[in-house]
Design a protein around this ligand. Structure first.
Ligand code: TXA
Ligand code: MG
Length: 362
């Protein structure tokens, strides 16, 4: 679209700063909720990433989400609710395991895919599937907004399709200014990666469709008698069960390569590759753990915190990918993380960002 054409579709995006306990916050949330009720688009913070919300019953509003994001229409949206009874209105009666999962992990970063009730949600939300993903976000501003709007809120991550998910209101603005009605700015999100998406394969089997904030280990510890199927099984099928998993995601504009292996070898490899790229005249970036950060000499070297604190790396990943873009870095190398705990979700997102370009050193 040329500049003039783009300007024709631009509207003003309101920013509401919110902070719990501040008198102005209640008024801001009331205004934002009214925009949702009127069929508008409002981005809001959750404990994972910022979401782009619309009334999930309103097809025109939900269509607005797909348009603003440039999202393929066959990728269903997660519906956010503020109470379990609100979820019960949207989905068919579910087995005790689903009820126990809600009780144990809501509010929190767990999306549960369940058979949807007819005529409760816009068909665009489910992209024609017979199921819907539901979650109750663990963020006071998100819960207050959903409660005030008094409707189920469909919300994908509030980024342009293909860009890293936003962990700050500034990231939302960067991608969607003029395309959405408003942003509830509640500061930085917590986990930094999207929720874990699960479905129940049967009454005692939890199938992870997308790894996330609630780790496989946490699910196993909470439900020792359940069978837990990892994300790999779901992804290896010809048609991914979580439609979003098939799209290129989170990609930085520069070419990202992950390097896996013994830390000293990884560091030596990256140093050589950075040097070669510099000689070719390319701008270089490195994303590494704090322990080895001083070792690298790229144009932009970013730390994702200590390798002993993968939660910190998860929290920083998307902002780092955006920083490489802002600096117009052409070639990026990243150290791999160990795939336990949140490391599984972290490596899932990093591999996607790298288009699966992974060098495995012996
Ligand atoms: O943490 C999160 O989950 C964030 C915040 C905003 O809540 N939301 C988010 O939404 O990541 P989105 O749209 O970026 O990702 C939703 C994922 C996609 O991979 C989609 O395919 C999957 O959930 N999904 C949604 N409904 C589904 C369904 N009925 N069956 C299988 N997968 C589904
Ligand atoms: Mg997303």
């Amino acid at each position: 679209m040329d500049k003039q054409g783009l300007n024709d579709t631009m509207n003003k995006t309101t920013i509401w700063q919110v902070q719990l306990g501040e008198p102005a916050t209640a008024l801001s949330l009331k205004e934002a909720a009214a925009v949702l009720q009127d069929g508008g688009l409002v981005a809001f913070p959750t404990e994972t990433v910022y979401g782009l919300g619309a009334d999930a019953r309103n097809t025109a509003a939900v269509q607005g989400i797909f348009t603003a994001k440039g999202r393929p229409s066959d990728n269903p949206l997660i519906v956010h609710i503020a109470s379990i009874s609100q979820a019960d209105e949207l989905v068919q009666p579910y087995p005790p395991l689903a009820a126990q999962l809600m009780k144990r992990f809501w509010p929190g970063p767990l999306t549960i895919v369940l058979p949807v009730r007819e005529d409760k949600l816009s068909p665009l939300v489910t992209a024609g599937l017979a199921t819907v993903g539901i979650r109750m976000p663990d963020h006071p501003a998100a819960l207050a907004l959903i409660e005030r709007a008094a409707c189920p809120v469909a919300a994908p991550s509030a980024n342009r399709s293909g860009r890293p998910s936003p962990t700050l209101a500034a990231h939302v603005l960067e991608d969607l200014e003029g395309r959405i009605d408003g942003i509830v700015d509640g500061g930085a999100t917590g986990v930094g990666l999207e929720s874990t998406v699960i479905e129940l394969a049967d009454d005692r089997t939890i199938r992870i469709l997308r790894p996330g904030g609630i780790t496989q280990e946490t699910l196993r510890a909470a439900f020792p008698h359940a069978v837990i199927e990892g994300a790999d099984a779901a992804e290896s099928e010809a048609a991914p069960r979580s439609p979003g998993m098939k799209y290129t995601h989170y990609a930085p504009q520069g070419e990202l390569t992950l390097v896996q292996g013994e830390p000293a070898k990884v560091a030596a490899y990256i140093r050589v590759e950075v040097e070669k790229a510099k000689q070719r005249g390319e701008t270089t970036g490195v994303l590494a753990f704090e322990e080895r950060i001083a070792f690298y000499e790229g144009d932009l070297v970013l730390s994702c915190g200590s390798e002993n604190l993968l939660e910190e790396a998860a929290h920083r990943l998307y902002a780092a990918l955006r920083e490489f873009d802002a600096a117009k870095v052409q070639r990026i190398w990243a150290e791999c993380a160990p795939e336990h705990g949140i490391g599984e979700a972290l490596m899932n997102r990093m591999a996607k960002a790298a288009g699966n370009r992974i060098i495995r050193l012996q």
